[in-house]
Design a protein around this ligand. Structure first.
Ligand SMILES: [Zn+2]
Length: 319
């Protein structure tokens, strides 16, 4: 793709341009057209095209807030290359604080989409056709689903050196090996040769200030690494690379009390949490089966047997 001629959604973006485009794919059942704002900042000097993406899942507001702050603080104005910011990708879900599209689909499971598919699938198809081909790098900001709280972490295939380098540069406390999920946006980016790092921080429907700050800082770190901007001061963090992980699941149904801090190192046989009945008759401690880091904690007050409670590391190394 010739980056000198950058035309997005029919608008030619010249060096030095600062524009807000409207990605207009579908209407609501009320016939209201729903437009997804896309902020494009192109420097006079040529360079890579980097996308900051939030709100693929409409209830994951930390990602929306991270991209909003990137725009508000003018971090998205590069000295070389182009920064594209989409704070709320699934604006349909965001309208009523839902993970999904109005057609009930998970946008992150319908890629690369089809012009004749469901509403979500058509949206995915248009994005892949009109915007994705112009992008070189992506940071896709997410939060834990339901009541699962993710400590700030990036996810990628550790065998993909280009993406792993980006994740290391980003500098979240954890980098977690994550296979491609079929029909996900990340898989589509990979198929197009685009290096895409997925960021996870906090949980849906709740602001997590620490995760937001890691997200904004990570975006700046990546821009600096790609020589898109030189910041006066920069924070460089080491990450723990989680090469293998496992979910520890509830062995009983009941009321669930967490007894550990997310992100910490736990030693074998330490108490992770307690499951009780509501009547004062039953109480069962959950012990760590081995030494590991905890990087995601389920904070649901009620759990069912088999529910995922703690995502823990099986094999790690320092970045
Ligand atoms: Zn998500």
């Amino acid at each position: 793709m010739c980056k000198n001629n950058l035309t997005l959604l029919g608008t030619e973006i010249k060096p030095g341009d600062s524009v807000c485009l409207q990605f207009d794919v579908a209407k609501l059942h009320t016939r209201n057209s729903i437009k997804v704002p896309i902020y494009v900042e192109r420097a006079k000097k040529d360079g890579p095209v980097l996308l900051f993406l939030g709100g693929v899942h409409g209830d994951e507001i930390n990602g929306v807030e991270i991209v909003r702050r990137i725009i508000r603080k003018k971090i998205n104005k590069p000295s070389s290359g182009t920064i594209i910011c989409i704070p709320v990708f699934n604006i349909f879900g965001f309208l009523h604080m839902s993970r999904k599209f109005p057609d009930g689909r998970d946008l992150n499971r319908v890629f690369p989409g089809s012009s004749k598919g469901s509403l979500a699938s058509q949206f995915a198809h248009e994005f892949k056709k009109e915007i994705a081909p112009y992008i070189d790098y992506v940071i896709d900001f997410h939060s834990g689903g339901a009541d699962r709280v993710n400590i700030a972490q990036t996810r990628c295939m550790l065998t993909d050196k280009k993406t792993l380098t980006l994740a290391k540069v980003f500098g979240a406390p954890f980098i977690v090996q994550s296979k491609f999920i079929k029909k996900s946006l990340r898989e589509t980016f990979h198929d197009l040769g685009i290096a895409a790092v997925l960021f996870e921080g906090g949980k849906s429907m709740l602001y997590d200030e620490e995760a937001i700050q890691y997200g904004v800082q990570g975006a700046m770190n990546v821009m600096r690494f790609l020589k898109m901007k030189r910041w006066k001061s920069i924070t460089e963090n080491k990450s723990v690379i989680v090469k293998k992980s496992k979910w520890l699941r509830a062995t009983h149904s009941g009321m669930f009390h967490v007894r550990v801090k997310n992100g910490e190192w736990i030693t074998k046989k330490s108490i992770l949490g307690i499951i009780t009945d509501p009547f004062g008759e039953f109480e069962r401690k959950i012990y760590a089966p081995f030494d590991s880091y905890i990087f995601c904690v389920n904070i649901s007050p009620i759990v069912n047997r088999g529910d995922a409670l703690f995502h823990v590391s099986l094999d790690t190394e320092e970045s």
